[in-house]
Design a protein around this ligand. Sequence first.
Ligand code: BGP
Length: 481
Amino acid sequence: MTTQQFPVNFLWGGATAANQLEGAYQTDGKGLSLPDVLPAGKQRMQIVNQPDFDFSIDEQKYFYPNHLGIDHYHHFKEDIALFAEMGFKCYRFSIAWSRIFPNGDDAQPNEAGLKFYDALIAECLKYQIEPVITISHYEMPLHLVKQYGGWKNKKLIDFYEKFARTVLTRYYKQVKYWMTFNEINSAAHFPIMSQGLAAANGANDKKNIFQAWHNQFVASAKAVKIGHELDANLQIGCMILYATTYSYDANPVNQVATMKANQENNFFCADVQVRGHYPAYTQSLLAKYNLQFTDLDYTTEELELLAHYPVDYIGFSYYMSSVEEVTQKDHESVNGNLMGGVRNPFLKTSDWGWQIDPDGLRIALNQLYDRYQKPLFIVENGLGAHDKLDANNYVVDDYRIDYLRQHIQAIGQALADGVDVMGYTPWGCIDLVSASTGEMSKRYGFIYVDVDDQGQGTFKRYKKKSFNWYQQVIASNGANL
Ligand code: BGP
């Protein structure tokens, strides 16, 4: 198998999101954010589909995992020290919007919230760890959802612009790498996460989802503009969820369905954010939902902004591949990263039914690079598993090592294919709350955190077997797998 050496400046690291690990949900002036009202467990994603879901907190009935997270807010020095011990070159994290603008529409930022990120960034730089910041990762001030209806409202553009300007201006001298929205395309499956849309405020109307995307595209372009005006060398990327999509068979009907699924699920948002204009298939995609582009609220100035401020690189998450099949309806199906699909008989699945496919990552990298010819950054990848601490307070997570090894090999193959890959930040480098289930027991980390699904535990950190494995992967720049 031909692989290529990783570039000398390859950004090895790990990734997290504020709302999934910080906890301290009302500390130092933080406002309530959307994930603060999403309960743990199976009901997490179902509850938002109920028309009477009103975004309020009922602690008698539910446990809200984000309220505690892994209490990174008070443990960040210890956590960054562990990342440094692994040899991280970069650390991808997000800034909680509701720490900086507690209501989202506040006149002034919350200085105490900014101070937390001052300290977090300083701690990274102390160890020469390059911060990689997601400006908005599945989190927005709850007030923006309740008062304005989430991203379908154009006023959100101004609020986001103010938030982005605040953090870019404060940190551009220390932070080179940014992403504007986490998994912006995931709204096709779960509009609550990135657009703040639930059944109660319009998620069932596709027009709202497309309008919300348009507003986010404009907001993202504004962030690119602000960032590049501060420093032309800043690298500001988009971030998409990518699931390599295969046709079930050679039946052209399935092949066409696969082409359409790729356009809608993998490419639509990146096409706009990378190329600076809506793709040619936009009208045909909208027609699927009985919509026209002119149904959306947009201006010529906004379209010009998109054209002038495309992103610098493409960040993406990759966990699994999926299969497109429209000719029969009786195939075994699987769950997946915010989406299910037909089972692929050639692949094994994780405990949560995600189809494990390292070759799919090589294909993803080639498909994205062929299409865009811009640097690619794999900012999420990993295996969620039911890790258990043994008697020695150790986790022998060989299954995770296998998963990561195979995916790193696939990156090496894509490098040999000629793809420009900037870096690799496995998801949940320290155990944290799962976005889709709200469970702590779905663990991705190199570091185990002693807290359970009900928020009980010592919150102590323990190195897993994969900790030392990843340490030598980084030390050898990917040669020693
Ligand atoms: C991505 C999200 C992350 C993260 C990850 C794993 O979709 O960007 O926030 O959570 O998936 O998903 P989960 O936590 O549901 O296992």
